[in-house]
Design a protein around this ligand. Structure first.
Ligand SMILES: Nc1ncnc2c1ncn2[C@@H]1O[C@H](COP(=O)(O)OP(=O)(O)OP(=O)(O)O)[C@@H](O)[C@H]1O
Length: 268
């Protein structure tokens, strides 16, 4: 078996806990909204987790706190043994829209986080790494193309490279493919799995789609609103690598139904 095939058949390592949230609460004092109430999370190294819940249940607030973009009102957030007190180098983020700069080529967009952090010289030194990442996501040959020549899916792949160029420990993903059509989204989800497995990345995804959460995750956290809290941690016992035809299996259907039954009824 070649190395790429070996990487694909490897199961997630499930060893040490890399990210831990203990009793995280968040209240927005001005509007007296308790967005999060005592949320506990433990992400194992190399695992893929998702959070699902109705609109306004606190998913984005949770992600922002994990990213160090917002501070919790109480509780602790620890990544790789140190408290998260602000943005940090070992956290990579990806959002719904790729937001590539139109005046920079794909390659220049990918190395931008390095340029901002360490300057132009350091960014240039990363061009080889950026080329390798482009190959990993299937964009070889698009190094010198401008964003207006990329499809939505291609732009999101470039955004994956931009997230990975700083070699983050964890990937925080806020509905990264929700703006894509269904076929591209399915394809990109399988690509995301391949990339995460190849790099043994620890990933955490916010999504509104139960099937997406199930096909990608080792664990799905179900949230309910007012106040936002995790009501269940659902282990997904489907084998890896996951394939799209698993969606038609009875086990997949049972997991989707179980998660649906645990969601806030008003959201359905
Ligand atoms: N900066 C803020 N100031 C005041 N209230 C806020 C702020 N950010 C979020 N909220 C409130 O906190 C609650 C949770 O919001 P959040 O955006 O985390 O939910 P969500 O689950 O991500 O929603 P959606 O799925 O619609 O994106 C909501 O009631 C929202 O109005």
């Amino acid at each position: 078996m070649n190395t790429a095939a070996a990487a694909l058949t490897k199961l997630p390592s499930h060893r040490d806990v890399v990210y831990e949230l203990r009793s995280v609460s968040k209240t927005f004092a001005l509007r007296r909204i308790q967005a999060l109430d005592k949320v506990d999370l433990r992400l194992e190294r190399g695992s893929f987790s998702s959070v699902i819940g109705s609109s306004g249940c606190g998913k984005s607030t949770l992600l922002k706190i994990m990213a160090g973009l917002q501070s919790p009102s109480s509780g602790s957030v620890v990544l790789a043994g140190t408290p998260v007190m602000g943005t940090r180098r070992d956290i990579g983020m990806m959002f719904q829209h790729a937001t590539l700069f139109p005046w920079r080529t794909t390659l220049e967009n990918i190395v931008l986080p390095i340029e901002i952090r360490d300057g132009k010289h350091a960014a240039r030194a990363k061009h080889e790494d950026a080329r390798r990442l482009l190959e990993l996501v299937g964009l070889k040959g698009f190094e010198n193309v401008y964003p207006n020549e990329l499809s939505g899916g291609m732009a999101q792949r470039a955004a994956i490279c931009r997230m990975l160029i700083t070699e983050p420990e964890v990937l925080l993903l806020d509905e990264p493919f929700s703006a894509l059509d269904e076929l591209s989204r399915d394809f990109m989800n399988m690509e995301l799995q391949r990339i995460c497995m190849a790099r043994e990345a620890t990933a955490f995804l916010v999504t509104h789609s139960i099937p997406e959460a199930v096909i990608l995750s080792d664990t799905v956290y179900v949230m309910r609103p007012r106040p936002g809290r995790v009501v269940e941690e659902v282990p997904i016992d489907l084998p890896r690598p996951r394939t799209l035809d698993m969606i038609t299996t009875p086990r997949f259907g049972a997991l989707v139904e179980h998660i649906r039954s645990r969601l806030d009824k008003e959201a359905l």
